[in-house]
Design a protein around this ligand. Structure first.
Ligand SMILES: C[S@@+](CC[C@H](N)C(=O)[O-])C[C@H]1O[C@@H](n2cnc3c(N)ncnc32)[C@H](O)[C@@H]1O
Ligand code: FES
Length: 450
């Protein structure tokens, strides 16, 4: 019994540059066209499309197989998609000019490719060449740095609806030769297109990186560009055991940081509220609440709730602006203070500590939990959100890498493991300690005061 009328597999196996593979022949463009065509013909609920690994016919890609018939299509172009959807998927007529039905020839092509590829890998191995995956990891900073520079220069806004390298260079007030090199590299990364010397935004860069788009994420992403500089001090930080950053945090730095935090928080707030299930509580303390996004979401979900955001003096004016824009100034207060030193207050039903513990040392976190316990009313709840490591501290990968982000950026911060959080919570007096796994990189530790 098939749950779908058709199940389509499109090979998206990446291979080293210079080796034939379906993505290099246009598999991703094909997938996009297929998605659009299925939607426009109203077949997206009846046809399941899955990407898959190498199907062995890499010189004839992109390869697509349609089940249950088991028809193999080869050398497909985005322009072929409408015909396949209309003729094959809608009417049951295989598109003969695109289908490959000569099984012995397919087998021979597959074997020939496998032998050739295997011989190439063996020759590289025997020559002692660095394996491709290691080489790629070493150079992984190149695409990242290219995109960050493009964001810093606001290249995608300058490209707008299309422009030559010279025009873009003029708009961003940069060197024309270097701008063209950067634009070409962005094309190689599929972030821009180039037609007859004119550079064009992709749908994604127009939407997420260009001024005027409601989804423009550039301000928040510039925070990543800011912390890139710290990452380049990682070697010295490992030697020193702490951040060696000397640069100050000006207003622009703080604003980008809060915009970036706000973006993550607004995306995750509903899942956090659902997991915490706080009920009709009255008072909440949002420690290091940043933009106040969680307080805003909690206040919207719980009409009885009043929240207090405690954050640094330099951040509080930004917090107040977000709260004002949400129309919640009467129910959410922002207070300037240092959560490690200043009194936290008392009689709260919920204390939220979101994306905070990774900034502090284990001792500081234990002390913070102890003071949060005292700030809670009986039966009150603490909700801690962070990138929580498994006990061996080697996974998830994001949390393990984020520990280094904290090494380069803070005096004593890190990512911490579930057993560490549990120990700190229990030693602070909390009971009913539980971990809630959420989709995405961060999770929750929730506990209650007796
Ligand atoms: C990573 S952000 C998290 C923001 C928010 N809780 C969220 O989850 O989106 C850390 C926040 O803690 C604030 N912060 C850092 N150290 C603090 C301190 N000692 N006292 C109060 N707030 C602090 C920062 O200004 C920032 O807003
Ligand atoms: S990479 Fe697609 S068939 Fe081999």
């Amino acid at each position: 019994m098939e749950p779908f009328r058709h199940h389509i597999f499109v090979c998206t196996q990446e291979k080293p540059e210079g080796v034939a593979c379906c993505p290099a022949s246009g598999a991703w463009g094909l997938l996009g066209a297929l998605d659009r065509e299925l939607r426009s013909q109203g077949l997206d609920d009846e046809v399941q499309v899955s990407t898959c690994g190498c199907l062995g016919l890499c010189d004839d890609g992109p390869i697509m197989i349609v089940y249950p018939e088991g028809v193999w299509y080869r050398k497909l172009k985005a322009e072929d998609v409408a015909e396949i959807v209309t003729s094959h998927l809608r009417s049951g007529n295989v598109v003969a000019r695109l289908a490959w039905t000569d099984a012995p020839a397919m087998k021979a092509a597959s074997k020939e490719h496998r032998d050739r590829y295997g011989a190439m890998v063996k020759a590289k191995d025997e020559a002692g060449t660095l394996p491709d995956d290691l080489d790629q990891t070493i150079r992984a900073y190149m695409p990242s740095r290219t995109l960050l520079t493009a964001l810093e220069l606001d290249i995608f806004t300058a490209v707008g609806t299309g422009g030559s390298a010279g025009q873009v260079a003029q708009k961003i007030r940069a060197d024309a030769r270097a701008t063209e090199m950067l634009l070409n590299a962005l094309v190689s990364l599929k972030l821009l297109q180039k037609k007859d010397g004119i550079f064009l935004n992709s749908a994604a860069t127009m939407r997420f990186f260009s001024a005027g788009s409601p989804n423009n994420a550039r301000d928040g992403l510039l925070h990543t560009a800011n912390i890139w500089h710290r990452w380049s001090t990682l070697t010295e930080c490992v030697r020193a055991g702490t951040s060696v950053a000397t640069e100050g945090r000006d207003h622009g730095w703080v604003k980008n940081f809060i915009v970036s935090m706000n973006r993550n928080a607004t995306e995750r707030a509903d899942a956090v509220i659902k997991a915490a299930a706080p009920g009709p509580i009255r008072r909440m303390l949002d420690l290091g609440g940043g933009s106040g996004a969680y307080s805003i979401a909690f206040a919207r979900a719980i009409p009885t709730l009043e929240s207090e955001v405690l954050d640094l003096a330099e951040v509080v004016p930004l917090t107040q602006e977000y709260i004002r824009n949400a129309g919640l100034s009467d129910r959410i207060q922002a207070r300037a203070g240092d959560m490690l030193r200043d009194p936290l207050g008392s009689n709260y039903d919920l204390v939220l500590i979101s994306a905070i513990c990774h900034m502090f040392s284990p001792e500081e976190n234990r002390d913070l939990f102890r003071r949060a316990y005292q700030a809670l009313a009986p039966k009150g709840q603490i909700v801690v959100q962070d990138f929580i490591l498994e006990p061996a501290k080697t996974a998830p990968r994001f949390a393990a890498l984020f520990a280094l982000n904290m090494l380069v950026g803070t005096r004593a911060g890190s990512s911490y493991s579930e057993p560490e959080y549990e120990t700190w919570l229990r030693k602070s007096g909390f009971s009913a300690v539980r971990r809630v796994r959420l989709p995405g990189p961060s999770g929750l530790m929730i506990a209650a005061r007796d």
